[in-house]
Ligand binder design. Sequence first.
Ligand SMILES: [Zn+2]
Length: 121
Amino acid sequence: MATLRRFILYLFRWQLSTPILWLVVRQLGAGIWSTVLANLIGGSIFFWVDRFIFTSAAVEMWHMKEGTCDNCGAKGHLWRLVLAPNYDRREEEAKFFCLKCSKAKTAELRAKGIRIRGRGR
Ligand SMILES: [Zn+2]
């Protein structure tokens, strides 16, 4: 169900580019509805391509910000691991940790068998 919702949202986002694309392809004689259809087809293909890329072992996504650690209350640079192989927190509540808490958390995840290379570049 979450996948279906994500798929529909993805197709909707692709449609946001339809007016701009249409300005270009109408010079070639394409109508607005065939442009909408082309973006539906393109979105349907690239949804699965993106899904493959984001679930492959190569991808690790970190979010960073300044603020207060959600674990210990320390202020400064904070990190949040969003995505790693077999680890997906994109739809969870965002929890940001200071360096010390983040290291403890990644050590805990590594102990559970999640392959994490390191904090964001
Ligand atoms: Zn902390």
